[in-house]
Write a protein that binds this ligand. Sequence first.
Ligand code: MG
Length: 204
Amino acid sequence: MKIICIGRNYAQHAKELGNEIPSEPVIFLKPETALIPKGHPFYYPAHSEDVHYEVELVVRIERVGKHIEEKFAPRYYSSIGLGIDFTARDIQQECKAKGLPWEKAKAWDHSAPLGEEFISVDELKGVSDIPFNLKLNGEIVQQGNSSEMLFSIDRIIQEVSKYFTLKIGDLIYTGTPSGVGPIAVGDELVGQIGDKEMFRFTVK
Ligand code: MG
């Protein structure tokens, strides 16, 4: 399986990092090893001194498809989860400055923690109004809603499936709202969709 990530999908977040509002989705990949095996802790990686959290709604693909039209995209998923697109911001700035790819900043082992539970689209009453947030040591640091996405979940599926065959079990991290920031060893991160806790872990 693969993890497809969307960058700059919320205007306020694009601005906070000094990026332009994109006219088409910014797409990058993480390998399967970016997930954390069940029961494993998250360790602060040795290769960075400025790891940032980015909480994101996650779509799990349930059907094989290529060149999927936006209007047919809802047939390819039925539930939504919540994860973090951890980013080594120091390495990313270096990559951006040199015009290099982002993998060293984005795709390292365990850089994509994911809550175990997914919520059905029926229960969410569709995917156009999904509120979610991230708490760092008990305080809300990021708050978003799928209604604020520059590119909707269905549009994202149309765009990414132009390039990649989507397979069962693939995950799409749909971009982060504003409020990103650094983590430190000992920090506790809690992610929620609405009032429902989707993940909770401490940085080791
Ligand atoms: Mg992100």
